[in-house]
Design a protein around this ligand. Structure first.
Ligand SMILES: *Cc1c(COP(=O)(O)O)cnc(C)c1O
Length: 509
């Protein structure tokens, strides 16, 4: 065990050494490695006073062994600090560096004005303030519920879940509560197509259901015969995304909805691909009963690296009583109401609370600002450009794209090449690679979603990168990336044996 540990440490150290090439052959040091100065904290600076008799005699409210009188802090000039963060930002690739065609993630550019809106002093409200004193906050939440409801064709919306996956879980728990309420608690199966996102399978399982995996037909869509065979009195729900993860629209969606409803099941919409339909088609109109929205994908709030996001859930009227609490509504003020007044409320059969307070508030503010700025026409333009960009790029690249015609994303096959190597090599051409190796129906999948924000020039640059890599040999690909700050990272060890403190790495040297 300990040998393994030291081997891993050696490997980590050598990756660290390899990666040191920035500026004077050094990795950018931490601020604390640049300078560390011991600063005394005088009594006057401790910022605390204690008249309530709870704390120590020295005036601190904390016991002596929990306080300190000096600490080490870096003392650096403003330019040193600015350069440090600028260098760090140059060592990574982000949405502000170039295109980010990570399929299914909808990594679109996040307009800076939404950050300005979220940074307004009035957006910094304490969540415990009384409803009367935060009417603007409640109005924004109310209007966002309404926007999302209208965009998805849903009757009621909760803004609480903090991510798409969390939204799925809420949606499936709401579906379960609905069945339970109707004396249909024996339904214990959720059907998930094999091309679905991993979170769908996980949601169904965590939600307490048996997962029934549904094969795709030759065209990459739901196989209706297989669906017929899977449906029955045990079916609680079918989870679908439309267009699916291959970027294909489920043309038989109304028939699928009828089939599911005929056996008493519910149809769940995974909203991650809503970017393809925005302002043009609505899941509610297709027969879906419950859906989540990934606002951090479709509505441009920044995401990546695990958050933050928001995964509001919309439902048809029959399911509304089961939504998590609180939601926001307009209060009926009787005769004296010439201005709306908003309040939080809890519906009759709510499944309870799934997040603190009103959800990820500032993420919701950004989504609201984005939708309000684009309006109906802007949203419809966004989906049109997203689809056009995906189809243009798919035409321009030399890799085979086995299924189509598609919507906002497509899945190419790296063929004889390893898709993960292709991805690493693309970094050397200064672009971010697509999602790789998923969905598994396409061998060595390169799942590509350029999003609507990229210009034709950028798409051409992206295509040139794909095509350059397509012509390269395995040895070149296996050595890639060679032009990035960090070279090939051992992701398996990083995940299995995470080193969560920089100090630990430094101590080994
Ligand atoms: C991203 C994604 C999810 C999960 O959403 P998160 O917001 O990342 O939790 C679910 N389904 C599909 C198809 C996705 O692309």
């Amino acid at each position: 065990m300990s040998d393994q540990g030291s081997d891993d440490r050696d490997a980590a150290q050598s990756r660290y050494d390899q990666a040191r090439y920035i500026e004077n052959d050094e990795y950018e040091p931490l601020l604390s490695e640049k300078d560390l100065t011991r600063v005394e904290i005088s009594d006057g600076d401790s910022g605390s006073s204690s008249d309530d008799g709870r704390g120590d005699a020295d005036g601190s409210p904390l016991p002596d062994d929990l306080t300190r009188d000096s600490l080490e802090l870096p003392e650096l000039s403003e330019p040193e600090l600015a350069r440090h963060y600028t260098r760090l930002s140059q060592m990574i690739y982000g949405i502000d560096s170039g295109p980010y065609p990570l399929g299914s993630c909808t990594m679109k550019y996040n307009p800076k004005f939404t950050e300005d809106v979220a940074a307004l002093p009035s957006a910094a409200v304490h969540p415990d303030r009384s409803a009367e004193s935060v009417q603007g906050t409640l109005e924004l939440l109310y209007r966002l519920q309404d926007y999302l409801g209208r965009i998805g064709g849903m009757d009621a919306v909760t803004l609480q879940p903090p991510a798409g996956a969390a939204g799925e879980f809420v949606g499936i728990r709401v579906a379960a509560a609905y069945h339970e309420h109707n004396g249909e608690g024996h339904r214990d199966e959720v059907i998930v197509p094999e091309s679905a996102h991993g979170t769908n399978f996980a949601t169904a399982a965590l939600g307490g259901y048996d997962v029934v995996s549904l094969p795709s037909d030759d065209e990459g869509r739901v196989d209706l015969e297989a669906l017929e065979a899977a449906l029955g009195e045990k079916t609680a729900a079918l989870m679908l995304t439309n267009p699916n993860t291959l970027g294909l629209f489920e043309r038989d969606i109304t028939e699928i909805a009828d089939m599911v409803h005929d056996v008493g099941g519910l149809l769940y919409y995974d909203g991650a691909n809503l970017n393809a339909l925005l302002g043009r088609a609505r899941p509610g109109d297709m027969g879906f009963d419950v859906m989540h929205y990934n606002v951090h994908k479709t509505f441009a709030t920044p995401h990546g690296g695990g958050g933050p996001g928001a995964g509001p859930v919309g439902v048809v009227e029959e399911l509304a009583p089961f939504l998590p609490a609180p939601r926001v509504r307009e209060r009926d003020e009787g005769s004296k109401a010439d201005e709306a007044v908003y309040e939080r409320f809890e519906s009759d059969h709510t499944i309870g609370k799934v997040h603190g307070f009103d959800g990820n508030w500032l993420v919701l503010v950004k989504a609201f600002a984005y939708i309000a700025r684009l309006g109906d026409d802007g949203l419809a333009d966004a989906s049109a450009s997203a689809v056009l960009n995906a189809n243009y790029l798919a035409e321009e690249i030399e890799y085979d794209v086995p299924y189509g015609p598609f919507h906002h994303e497509f899945v190419a096959s790296a063929g004889e090449q390893d898709a993960a190597d292709v991805a690493k090599r693309m970094l050397d051409y200064g672009v971010h690679p697509p999602t790789t190796k998923w969905p598994e129906i396409v061998p060595e999948a390169l799942m590509t979603e350029p999003t609507e924000v990229e210009s034709k020039d950028t798409l051409d640059r992206l295509a040139a990168a794909f095509n350059a890599v397509a012509g390269e040999d395995d040895a070149t690909l296996e050595d890639a990336p060679e032009r990035t700050t960090a070279r090939r990272i051992d992701q398996t060890s990083a995940a299995r044996n995470p080193r969560l403190s920089w100090q630990a790495l430094a101590d080994d040297s």
